[in-house]
Design a protein around this ligand. Structure first.
Ligand code: NAD
Ligand code: ZN
Length: 250
């Protein structure tokens, strides 16, 4: 049996399958991952949350970077990998997607249970009153006025609903991710370098709690040695091949 056939067989048998994704699942949609040279994240120093709170210059720099990133996000579409995962959830092979991504492409592909560990760039939230608005119009306002917009309801500071460096992860999302990871019988980690915590803690927790761990990633990861199957390659092609096996029943 090939690794692809093995993963298909496990998916067919699984009752509590969970997928964990990183930036690598969205590179085939044209969004650079963290480590790509020349990528949006490599181009400038990220603004830390404390600096955002402390300085107007930092808030302007934050919005400038987010406006650049927004162009990539707004133009991107879900790719074959996102769509396969949505179908697997629909067919009962998967229960949830836990993602580190902020691009919203899993939901756009049709995945329903998506736990966004790092929040979402599709929304902007007021740090004071919590009011949430779609990102697009506010980013356009920032570009038009060349000034950081403030909350229409209370005048407070607006920030993308993503988790900045130095900001803690949303507690409810993290809690549910821990629970689903520990209850999973099959765990697929896709397109993540698995070098940062809690990114690497969740797949490790799943494995320790009895799940089969499958890692699909172009480059090796530190968790490869604890995985039951590791496949190095492009996610879209690999998931499509697994889906073909699943349909054929091989
Ligand atoms: P990472 O950049 O650290 O690692 C991505 C991994 O994906 C790499 O190991 C690479 O080998 C692999 N990869 C890239 N394209 C692939 C493909 N087509 N097929 C298979 N493997 C592929 O990503 P990370 O572990 O998610 O950490 C990055 C952090 O930055 C995340 O926490 C995330 O919040 C943020 N980020 C998000 C986005 C997004 O929302 N799309 C993009 C970049 C960064
Ligand atoms: Zn407000």
């Amino acid at each position: 049996m090939t690794s692809i056939e093995q993963v298909a067989a496990w998916l067919r048998a699984s009752r509590r399958g969970v997928v964990f994704t990183g930036a690598g699942i969205s590179t085939e949609s044209g969004i650079p991952d963290f480590r790509s040279p020349g990528g949006i994240w490599a181009a400038s120093q990220p603004v830390y949350f404390d600096d955002f709170l402390a300085s107007a210059d930092a808030r302007y720099e934050y919005w400038r970077q987010k406006a650049v990133a927004h162009r990539d996000f707004a133009a991107s579409q879900p790719n074959a990998g996102h769509r396969v995962l949505a179908r697997w959830e629909n067919d009962g092979h998967l229960q949830a997607v836990i993602t580190q991504n902020i691009d919203g492409l899993h939901q756009e592909a049709g995945s329903r249970k998506v736990l966004e560990l790092h929040g979402t760039a599709r929304w902007i939230a007021c740090l004071d009153c919590g009011d949430r608005r779609e990102a697009g119009p506010l980013v356009e306002q920032f570009l038009r006025d060349d000034a950081v917009p403030s909350c229409a309801r209370c005048g407070g500071w607006l920030k993308h609903a993503t988790v900045s460096f130095g900001q803690s992860l949303p507690e409810d999302v993290l809690e549910e991710s821990i629970q689903r990871s520990s209850e999973a019988d099959l765990y697929l980690a896709l397109g993540s370098s698995l070098v940062v915590s809690p990114a690497n803690a969740l797949p490790a927790l799943a494995k320790r709690s009895g799940a089969r761990l499958v890692i699909i990633n172009r480059d090796p990861t530190p968790l490869d040695r604890m995985a039951d199957v590791v496949i190095h390659g492009g996610i879209g092609a690999i998931l499509t091949a697994v889906e073909d096996c699943l349909k054929r029943g091989t």
